[in-house]
Design a protein around this ligand. Structure first.
Ligand code: IPM
Ligand code: MG
Length: 372
């Protein structure tokens, strides 16, 4: 298969982790005979520095022309601490989601058996957790009208949803549940918010066309508690933009590290794949960032194009690295392995999985032979 992939490494650790995902995609090309063309463009703080715009026109054009976008991370502390900043790196990502029509963000939360004891939560609570968050991504409070009074003392952000915005993601979430364990939980705040009551009405109606899927509802405050208390109860969680942002970071704790969680953002015409973690500026350039979330985002990209065997090869290679303890320090504080080494190890296992048992793990990433 030929694929044109727009590469938007972005800020902080984005370029480092994306480089490892590319290595893995190149390994897939080699092992399965595909042809991927990568074209890189600037987004976020780095794009502001270069052009004054967090999403330059050229970047947007490149993404529109590409079959898929591989995104790194966005954000820089110099903007976080300046409430007066008019231009912010995050605007680049939000505008990109809007312009590409990426209304469904899919965030799988799974406990890797080999990492179960790495989670700060008790093993018996989290073992076997496997749910997916369907987060609405182009509406709600993120995109509603923003106002600030002339004297700067009163501000508001409007949370608005239309039936159409709710129903298009709801159908995708029901279909996902049908292919999984037939359970869908709508997370909202319908006891307080009118927009949440609209979500309930629309989703309940759509649920009638998916009789095999059991639909239930949870208020977001209760959901935040249930995700930690009993995460196994969830199969597919459907929710609006900001609730999804918050509970997906919460979900990442279950798996032991936010550095493991991948995501796909899907629209009718475009698709973007990105780790859910941020730009982690403190780790930039230190070769300590976990590349697995970015690599698993590349696996989701492959699945999007029906390359299931290829995606499985990537996931298996990740599993091997976790099993063998070839991991970054977020997963093992005593680990001597860095971003590059872990990425190399995973890429090597994709290319030649027959040799995986004979791997000389020490030499991978050092430019030496990988086979004993
Ligand atoms: C995410 C991030 C973004 C969001 C930020 C960087 C704008 O936190 O993808 O979860 O809030 O959507
Ligand atoms: Mg977030």
């Amino acid at each position: 298969m030929n694929l044109n992939i727009a590469l938007l490494p972005g800020d902080g650790i984005g370029p480092e982790v994306t480089a490892q995902a590319i290595r893995c995609l190149e390994a897939v090309e080699e092992a399965f005979g595909h042809h991927f063309v990568f074209k890189e463009a600037a987004v976020g703080a780095i794009a502001i520095d270069k052009t004054g715009n967090p999403l330059p026109d050229r970047t947007l054009e490149l993404c529109k022309e590409a079959d898929a976008v591989l995104f790194g991370a966005i954000g820089d502390p110099k903007y976080d601490n300046d409430p007066k900043a008019k231009i912010r790196p995050e605007q680049g990502l939000l505008q990109l989601r809007k312009e590409l029509g990426l209304y469904t963000n899919i965030r799988p939360v799974k406990v890797f058996p080999t990492l179960v004891e790495k989670s700060p939560l008790k093993e018996e609570r989290i073992k076997g957790t496997d749910f997916t968050i369907y987060r609405e991504l182009t509406g709600g409070i993120y995109f509603g009208e923003k106002k600030i009074s002339a004297d700067g003392t009163v501000a508001s952000d409007l949370c608005e949803y239309s039936e159409k915005e709710i129903s298009r993601i709801a159908h995708l979430a029901f279909k996902a549940a049908r292919n999984r364990r037939n359970k869908l939980t709508l997370v909202d705040k319908a006891n307080v918010l009118e927009s949440s009551r609209l979500w309930r009405r629309v989703v309940s109606k759509i649920g009638e066309s998916y009789p095999e899927v059991e639909l239930d509802f949870l208020f977001v405050d209760n959901a935040a508690m249930q995700i930690i208390l009993n995460p196994r109860q969830f199969d597919v969680i459907l929710t609006e933009n900001m609730f999804g942002d918050i509970i997906s970071d919460e979900g990442s704790v279950i798996g032991g590290s936010i550095g493991l969680l991948a995501s796909a953002s899907i629209g009718d015409e475009n698709a973007l794949f990105e780790p859910i973690h941020g730009s982690y500026p403190q780790a930039k350039g230190q070769d300590i960032a976990n590349p697995i979330a970015s690599i698993l985002s590349a696996a989701m990209l492959l699945e999007h194009f029906q390359l299931f065997e290829e995606a499985m090869a990537v996931r298996e290679a990740v599993d091997i690295s976790l099993k063998k303890g070839i991991v970054t320090p977020d997963l093992d504080p005593n680990s001597k392995y860095g971003t590059n080494h872990v990425g190399d190890f995973i890429a090597n296992n994709i290319v030649d999985n027959d040799d995986r048992l004979n791997m000389n793990d020490e030499n991978i990433g050092l430019g030496k032979s990988t086979i004993i």
